[in-house]
Design a protein around this ligand. Sequence first.
Ligand code: ARG
Length: 470
Amino acid sequence: MFTPIMSDRSPDSSTAKAWSGRFSEPVSDLVKRYTASVFFDQRMAAQDIRGSLAHARMLARQGIIAQEDFAAIERGMAQIADEIATDTFAWNLDDEDVHLNIEKRLTALVGDAGKRLHTGRSRNDQVATDIRLWLRDSIDTIDMLLTDFMRALLWVAEQHADTPLPGFTHLQVAQPVTFGHHLLAYVEMLRRDRERFADCRKRVNRLPLGAAALAGTTFPIDREFVAQELGFEAVCENSLDAVSDRDFAIEFCAAASLVMVHLSRLSEELILWMSPRVGFIDLADRFCTGSSIMPQKKNPDVPELARGKSGRVFGHLIGLLTLMKGQPLAYNKDNQEDKEPLFDTADTLIDTLRIFADMATGILVKPEAMAAALRQGFATATDLADYLVKRGLPFRDAHEAVARAVRAAETKGCDLPDLSLEELQGFSDLIGADVFAVLTVAGSLAARDHIGGTAPNQVRAAISRLRTAL
Ligand code: ARG
């Protein structure tokens, strides 16, 4: 829509700015482009109109502007909303941002009533209101998408509540878990993510309007009424803070960063599991791409890209923290730089969640590969140690006895349950024929039968609890 900055030499002969009376020369084209935000803040147009209408309704209700002026503003805004929706609104760089573009058009449409809209208001409290309205909508979308993704994971987890998978620590086979249990770990992370966004939303959902430029206004405004009109839970209680606070945006980016950490960890696992060296899963073709040179390749591009995109979201968090740290009260133009990182954070997260909810159901599980990997890592060694402890051996001694058994099995090139009873008894005379029940993967899984454990019936119970909570 706009051409990039080319030169600062061409003089600006544009129409008067909102503050032109104070100035003896116009800004250069370069400055105009440099200071404008309409390139990116026009996506808050709907929120800007909503905020303006609530403000105008309050002004009329308080007798600050006439009812006819409010009616004219309402009429003009309806047309503007329509022009924006049908892409016929003429965005103009001379008017710097979404707020001035809309106000100027309103005045062109309805005359003096349009010029009265800004009574008792500043762009400082206006922009803070718009961002909060915009972010509140984004949080609601994200909450819905997190829920969709959790439901999808629960669906896969349910199919695999009994499917054994090696559980890893240090990326070494540790103990058997079920694939369903493994997926539920991510559902727990996402559950906390939802809580974080819900908590962040409380602080987003406060009304800055009424703070005006920084100190409040001399007009007899009714902030509570505006808050109610816009669905805000309360008003921001200090005018200086209202126009300058961006904590809520930083919190949002922090919550988004944590979701991206979780998605990136899952991505890393999907990539690893899909490697032919591991082969635990395959991903549906629609989430993979081929290679332009190697005909045999099927690459997990979607999880790789999600892992990569986490970096830009973390970057936006650091960007916003840095943006705020040096700012004295109250509003500073620096704050205009809050929008692009915030928008990109929301866009990246929303796109990623949407694709992950879809991709979850495209995970093709290969139980034989998981079972084969389990046979290689002495995954039931802890079960043997626990068995000895239950027969009275102190845990440290049991640990030592089993370590020797593992070493013997390794030398022999077999798994623990492949050793004969006599061989096993060589490591402890407490071992009886019943030991083989605990050395099997199914026995190991079923034995971890408590809340949070990997026993298949516990996995199923957790799924049903999570479903109820959703
Ligand atoms: N475009 C500005 C922003 O995004 C709006 C507020 C401008 N206020 C001002 N006093 N320059 O933050």
